[in-house]
Design a protein around this ligand. Structure first.
Ligand code: EPU
Length: 302
């Protein structure tokens, strides 16, 4: 969707929002495909309520983009604009065992920055690509830990109240790859409380997790991580593997040979290819196991 009205463009500039016209989301997502739209880069949290009032009043639909690493975006001209926070400097401020982190901060860098200051707990998240805001919204987790366990406070734009609010950790529920945030809430910043641990010990944990990940996941390839959530008590990757579906393709969308719950863009895959592959695998698993796998990847299909 394109913002062509010069009055809106002027107002965006007043709100310290940078309008980046005709942005290819293929360049902003780890799957490496996705259509085109106008991107609004937000430099100030404080102007977000006014920005959203403006978009609503002009009937401009929007979506919030984080790191784009768990996202499948539709092809072609997209019918909404995309909002994205500009990462401030500094994006992490430490205060004792608390880390105040901007939602636009890189998750991996946050883990290592805290580690260097003897704050641990998040070793399992080291290889998870994306922003802290995205990890928070999805309650990212790996190797027995999840980010929600460390959340003490969240600053967010609450779409329902149309204002910026602060929530305490106990007001938010964090479940397996799910949180109680509303779909149109926008994560702005988080305070994590992390256990003190010597850097060397954290580094050892980080190395172990990195090694496990390298040996079981297709890290060098374009993917969005796991496509499906694990069903209760089961493993989507194992089920797909057991059905012999590694290597199954639709166009250049392909079930990874390394981890069957990772679907990779092996060349010039489109969203259409990837969605067809997901539907095909879901149906085969349903027929064989009687289980309907739920998407773990977030889909923005036009
Ligand atoms: N397995 C196979 N074949 C495969 C893949 C896995 O047999 O192709 C088996 C493994 O041998 C293992 C079991 O399935 O016995 C589970 O596999 P794995 O340890 O790789 O974990 P997972 O359940 O597939 C989850 C998360 C990952 C996270 C890892 C490590 C989900 C959907 N996936 O994967 O998260 O990195 O554990 O903790 O919860 C993601 O969220 O995008 C993601 C990749």
């Amino acid at each position: 969707m394109r913002i062509s009205d010069p009055q809106i463009a002027n107002r965006l500039a007043e709100l310290d929002v940078e309008l980046q016209r005709g942005t290819a989301l293929a360049d902003l997502t780890s799957l490496g495909f996705g259509g085109t739209t106008d991107l609004l880069r937000l430099r100030k949290h404080e102007t977000i309520p006014d920005l959203l009032r403006l978009l609503d009043s002009k009937h401009i639909p929007h979506k919030f983009l984080g790191g784009g690493s768990n996202l499948l975006v539709g092809d072609g001209e997209l019918p909404w604009v995309v909002l994205r926070l500009v990462r401030p400097e500094p994006d992490i401020v430490l205060e004792g065992n608390y880390a105040h982190v901007d939602a636009a901060a890189d998750l991996g860098r946050t883990v290592t920055f805290c580690a260097k200051h003897d704050l641990g707990g998040m070793e399992g998240l080291i290889g998870v690509p994306g922003t802290v805001g995205g990890a928070l919204r999805m309650n990212a987790g790996a190797y027995g830990m999840q980010i929600g366990s460390y959340v003490r406070e969240v600053k967010l734009y609450r779409a329902a109240a149309r204002k910026i609010e602060i929530l305490r950790g106990h007001q938010i529920s964090f479940e397996y790859r799910h949180t109680s945030f509303a779909p149109d809430d926008m994560m702005l910043a988080v305070t994590l409380e992390l256990p003190s641990k010597p850097y060397k010990e954290i580094l050892q944990g980080i190395r172990i997790c990195n090694e496990k990940r390298r040996s079981s996941q297709p890290l060098g390839q374009k993917s969005a991580g796991c496509i499906f959530k694990n069903p209760p008590g089961g493993s989507a990757g194992r089920m797909i593997d057991e059905l012999g579906l590694k290597g199954l393709s639709v166009g250049d969308a392909r079930v990874s040979d390394r981890h069957a719950n990772f679907f990779v863009n092996a060349g010039h895959a489109s969203a259409k290819d990837m969605l067809a592959l997901i539907a095909d695998v879901r149906e085969r698993v349903r027929k064989a196991y009687g289980v309907t796998l739920e998407n773990e990847v977030v889909v923005w299909n036009a």
